[in-house]
Design a protein around this ligand. Structure first.
Ligand SMILES: [Ca+2]
Ligand SMILES: [Ca+2]
Ligand SMILES: [Ca+2]
Ligand SMILES: [Ca+2]
Length: 299
């Protein structure tokens, strides 16, 4: 699954820009409507939606507070043809701020499209269930039709981020994770791992500190606990320790949510955990290798 996702991501990017020794040129492009400047604020590799064997992609203009209706389009990676233009007469606030793609949650074998709507005090939506706590809306990648919603359950900011995951509860259906609250939110953000078959809560893990950036990064690992089930890591790059802010990467069992030993930065403002990349067992010692990414000032 991960390998497939990674390949999809690489191929979807390649569908937009081709590089050779001399030049780069666009294979195709789409613009937002005149006067709307946020189209393309979110773009994701979507897997093969139209069954032509080539990965496709999704571009989104989220519904922000007071803005026009959200725009969500799926394009053929091969030639840019519009596969789906999802229709939203009105959506909950923030719809499309988070998107997940690349896994099948409807059982038809075609990857689906998950749209987060974390906005609290969301207005009643026309044709969509809504919650003041936010929600995740699942659209069929095959038909472009609304399939179902998973609404927040008493926790503000449900759906700030969405990450599609491999199957972690061993029911044969891919699962997904949802960020509740955000990296800049007061209170403790959390991540809920949900069953992709019925949206039931499987595990939940919380930030250690408010405003610690928990959820700015998330990565699935093949399996570092040895139970054969994929695991995951969360970054909190503004984590405080010993009076400084070195950042942290925390590791969790995908099956149980049990926490494993973290990686904590050494120096103030190391921002360890700003991004996480699984390298697999790159050094051959049968353990997953983790390499924190620490940005440095540009010259
Ligand atoms: Ca395709
Ligand atoms: Ca599907
Ligand atoms: Ca599952
Ligand atoms: Ca595991």
């Amino acid at each position: 699954m991960r390998r497939k996702n990674a390949l999809s991501a690489i191929m979807a990017f390649a569908c937009l820009v081709v590089t050779d020794a001399e030049a780069q040129f666009a294979l195709w492009k789409h613009h937002g409507a005149a006067g709307t400047s946020l189209y393309g604020m979110r773009v994701r590799a979507a897997g093969d939606l139209d069954g032509d064997g080539s990965p496709d992609c999704i571009a989104v203009e989220p519904l922000l507070f007071g803005s026009s209706n959200p725009v969500v389009n799926a394009y053929s990676g091969k030639d840019g043809t519009t596969i789906h233009a999802l229709s939203f007469p009105q959506g909950p606030n923030g719809l499309g701020l988070a998107i997940g793609a690349g896994a099948d949650y409807t059982g038809d074998g075609v990857p689906d499209i998950l749209l987060g709507s974390p906005g609290a005090n969301a207005p009643p939506a026309i044709g969509l269930p809504s919650s003041p706590f936010g929600g995740v809306y699942i659209y069929s990648g095959k038909t472009g039709q609304f399939a179902r919603a998973r609404l927040g359950n008493g926790v503000i900011g449900f759906g700030t981020q969405i990450w599609c995951m491999p199957d972690v509860n061993s029911d044969g259906i891919a699962d997904y994770a949802v960020l509740v609250g955000g990296p800049a939110a007061a209170g403790l953000a959390s991540v809920q791992v949900l069953s992709g078959s019925d949206d039931a809560l499987l595990t939940s893990v919380s930030a250690l500190q408010a405003f610690d950036g928990f959820g700015l990064s998330f990565e699935v690992f093949d399996d570092f606990t040895g139970d054969g089930i994929p695991d995951f890591a969360m970054g909190a790059p503004y984590h405080q320790a010993n009076g400084i802010f070195p950042g942290i990467i925390r590791f969790f069992s995908g099956a149980s949510g049990a926490e494993y030993a973290p990686i904590v930065g050494v120096n103030d403002a190391d921002v360890v955990g700003l991004a996480i990349a699984s390298l697999g067992d790159s050094d051959g010692n049968s353990n997953v290798t983790v390499r924190p990414y620490t940005p440095v000032p540009s010259a």
